[in-house]
Write a protein that binds this ligand. Structure first.
Ligand SMILES: NC(=O)c1ccc[n+]([C@@H]2O[C@H](COP(=O)([O-])OP(=O)(O)OC[C@H]3O[C@@H](n4cnc5c(N)ncnc54)[C@H](O)[C@@H]3O)[C@@H](O)[C@H]2O)c1
Ligand SMILES: N[C@H](CO)Cc1c[nH]c[nH+]1
Ligand SMILES: [Zn+2]
Length: 427
């Protein structure tokens, strides 16, 4: 892994280092725009054609129904079932606490304001299934959607070679009470949920991570349709901040865990100890070749790097500019530095907290902003599946109390009809 010294980096060097997955020649955009236009024009037929072109499978039907899912799910073992149940239970417990009723506020006597939650009616969940099928993502999206009370949940996932989804995706569908899965992947799935086709319902908001095609499609449709998106959740990434108390083998395992997601993933180590950094890189070289996905992980590691920082505060400075999807604090001093985290999707504290725990089963959501979008976006939560509608009620006393201020403000904006709407009510 290429190593840089933080003290030698200029502001523009840092700018270059923290950039990822840029599409300067608009190659991804061009492909995705074409796919979107095709799905918009040809609906289901385009989805079937793309299944053949990209997923190499000829489908005779675009979805699996409840009976088919139940049959596929039978292949799952007791141990696998138990692991999914543990994940379900922890994710459910953590997300359930996010559903909060807010207090009413009397801003002045007789003027009361409050907010109430309403579920987004139709939501679309994208479950990745290209280079790895991710049933964990189905739990991460389906559980908060169910807790929020969304009425219609449309699910798309790429068809596997046998023209179906795997047993784990089918089992999670049963756990979540979801009766249908559309066999569509990539940007075509996003387009189908944004525009609707003969069989796929148009949804109000699309959720879920995916590769660069999926992410680009989400960012395009949010400006060309009335369908919203959760966030740009693209190729996985991790930044590990480590000091002399970190354990090189653990750091390497965490870097490789995200590197194995895809060749466009990135794993960055920012370390205050040159010795630990060197040992961690040696560990990466030792652990990598024996991974079944070594080829993928190697390309991602080639696209990753190490920064040697003078102090934990310098390391955090770099991390805040990088705005990682996952931030691991591999130091016994983590309590002293959490307050200085400004930009990160999800944070893992201390040497015994692997990021994989959050990916699968600790309870937090793993659908998180990548490519520095953690500067402004949060990960998926129950909040992502609801709207917060404001309400207000004004009494006779209230209209007399607030009336004058509104009349003056309407007057100064030259909006007399606004002023009159108050004046006619005042006594
Ligand atoms: N940020 C997060 O929260 C998060 C969570 C989980 C996974 N991820 C990321 O999700 C991604 C999953 O990617 P994946 O590829 O395995 O699965 P995917 O389901 O995102 O994409 C597979 C689909 O991409 C389309 N595709 C493939 N090649 C194409 C091409 N040349 N042109 C147009 N479309 C093409 C195909 O339709 C295929 O079905 C990984 O990058 C992983 O890191 C991110
Ligand atoms: N690390 C991914 C989020 O970037 C989530 C995931 C799913 N399965 C394994 N990992
Ligand atoms: Zn992961």
């Amino acid at each position: 892994m290429k190593t840089y010294n933080y003290s030698e980096l200029t502001a523009s060097d840092i700018q270059k280092l923290v950039q990822r997955n840029v599409d300067p020649a608009n190659e991804i955009r061009t492909i995705v725009e074409d796919v979107i236009a095709n799905v918009q024009q040809h609906g289901d037929k385009a989805l079937l054609d793309y299944a053949l072109k990209f997923d190499k499978v000829e489908l005779n039907k675009l979805y699996l129904d409840k009976a088919e899912l139940a049959e596929i799910a039978k292949a799952i073992s007791a141990d696998q079932k138990a692991a999914l149940e543990t994940a379900y239970s922890n994710i459910y417990k953590f997300h359930q606490t996010q559903l909060k009723t807010e207090d009413k506020v009397e801003t002045m006597p007789g003027v009361t304001c409050w907010r109430e939650l309403r579920p987004i009616e139709k939501v679309g969940l994208y479950i990745p299934g290209g280079s790895a099928v991710l049933p964990s993502t189905f739990l991460m999206l389906g559980i908060p959607a169910r807790i929020a009370g969304c009425h219609e949940i449309v699910v798309c996932s790429p068809p596997q070679k046998n023209g179906k989804v795997n047993a784990f995706i089918a089992y999670v569908a049963l756990m979540l009470g979801i009766d249908k899965i559309y066999l569509a992947g990539g940007s075509q799935a996003v387009a189908a949920m944004a525009y609707g086709t003969e069989t796929v319902t148009k949804v109000d908001k699309i959720f879920g991570p995916g590769n660069q095609f999926v992410t680009k499609a989400k960012t395009i449709i949010q400006s060309t349709t009335t369908t919203a998106i959760d966030m740009p959740a693209g190729p996985s990434e991790v930044l590990v901040i480590a000091d002399e108390t970190a354990i090189p083998a653990y750091i390497a395992a965490d870097l490789l865990a995200q590197a194995e997601h895809g060749i466009d993933s990135q794993a960055v180590l920012v370390c205050t100890s040159a010795d630990i950094a060197q040992k961690a890189v040696a560990e990466v070289e030792k652990q990598l070749p024996v991974l079944p996905r070594a080829e993928i992980a190697k390309l991602a590691i080639d696209n990753s790097y190490v920064v040697i920082a003078g102090s934990l505060s310098e390391a955090m400075n770099f991390s805040n500019q990088y705005a990682p999807e996952h931030l691991i604090l591999a130091t016994n001093s983590w309590e002293q530095i959490t307050g200085s985290i400004v930009n990160a999707g999800s944070v893992f504290l201390g040497n015994l907290t692997p990021e994989s725990a959050g990916d699968y089963a600790s309870g937090t959501n793993h659908t998180l902003p990548t490519s520095s979008y953690a500067r402004a976006y949060s990960g998926v939560s129950v909040d992502s599946f609801v709207k917060k509608i404001t309400f207000q009620h004004i009494t006779r006393e209230g209209i007399n109390n607030i009336g004058h201020a509104v009349e003056v403000l309407a007057e100064l904006e030259g909006l007399h009809a606004h002023r009159n709407a108050v004046s006619v009510r005042k006594q």
